[in-house]
Design a protein around this ligand. Structure first.
Ligand SMILES: NC(=O)c1ccc[n+]([C@@H]2O[C@H](COP(=O)([O-])OP(=O)(O)OC[C@H]3O[C@@H](n4cnc5c(N)ncnc54)[C@H](OP(=O)(O)O)[C@@H]3O)[C@@H](O)[C@H]2O)c1
Length: 255
């Protein structure tokens, strides 16, 4: 984590957007054990307070909170400025909130698709735009965003969610190429299946990873200043194969 902040070895000041996500919570726990300070953002006050209390018992130096529905992009600038002021600066921003949505409903009703795109794509674009300018001026820092392997190729079973994450991946690629020269890390996190509330309705199989495993990969990827991390790592190989399947065959597959 040392590279993300001014002095090497100093515990980072972490802004977590969607702090109540199971993947975010597991990641924040690892950072709390290293004495990090937090500004935790979520839309459910009771859940955010529970995450804050848990992190404080695990060694967090400080944990402030902000209660915001992150779909409300108009509230982002004031929220982010408040986080910077509360922590005296940010070293790592983790953007974790997201929704899976209902693919079948989205195929029939644009309003359903729009809601998925607003939460997963537009709100992240708004947050990352502000954060990229903040860190670019600071000439340091890390923006880590949880995307998904689903953004690597459009599949018939979840292309609305996939499009929200695919668009996010392209956006993050571009921001990275802009702010890298200012010393800012932009990390695109691509988990496969993770056993969290988001996937609670899906039958579990051997491909599902626990959030703690994904969290370890995220913390390592931040520390080693990676651009993109597939987590668990075997998803990189799976997606390499999936991306190579010719379109004329892929469109006949039940994926
Ligand atoms: N689980 C997987 O298999 C998987 C795979 C690939 C990528 N991901 C991505 O990983 C990220 C975290 O998901 P998760 O698996 O940890 O699921 P999760 O535990 O269900 O977390 C989703 C979080 O997003 C928050 N959220 C949704 N809309 C929001 C909004 N408008 N404003 C504020 N917060 C909002 C939810 O808040 P509430 O608690 O208030 O509802 C919840 O904390 C998501 O971006 C997801 O797309 C997950």
């Amino acid at each position: 984590m040392a590279d993300s902040r001014r002095g090497s070895g100093t515990p980072p000041r972490v802004l977590a957007l969607g702090a109540t996500s199971a993947i975010a919570e597991a990641t924040l726990r690892l950072l709390a054990e290293r004495g990090a300070s937090f500004f935790l953002v979520g839309r459910n006050p009771a859940k955010v307070a529970a995450v804050r209390d848990d992190l404080l018992t695990r060694g967090a130096a400080e944990a402030r909170t902000g209660i915001v529905d992150l779909d409300q992009a108009g509230e982002h600038p004031a929220l982010l400025a408040e986080a910077v002021a509360a922590l005296g600066g940010i070293d790592v921003a983790l953007v974790a909130h997201g929704v899976l949505g209902d693919q079948a409903a989205a195929e029939k009703d644009y309003a359903v698709a729009e809601a998925v795109l607003r939460t997963n794509f537009l709100s992240a674009v708004s947050l990352v735009t502000w954060l990229a300018n903040y860190f670019e001026e600071e000439r340091r820092g890390t923006i880590a965003v949880i995307s998904s392997v689903a953004g690597d190729r459009g599949r018939k079973s979840n292309y609305v969610y996939g499009a929200s994450k695919g668009g996010l991946n392209i956006f993050l690629d571009g921001v990275r190429n802009r702010v890298d020269r200012a010393g800012v890390q932009v990390l695109t996190i691509k988990p496969g299946f993770v056993a969290t509330p988001m996937t609670a309705h899906l039958p579990r199989n051997a491909l599902f990873a626990p959030p703690a495993r994904v969290a370890r990969d995220i913390v390592r990827a931040i520390r080693t200043r990676k651009d993109v991390v597939y987590t668990p790592a075997f998803w990189g190989a799976i997606l390499l194969v999936l991306r190579c399947i010719p379109r004329r065959i892929f469109k006949k597959m039940n994926l």
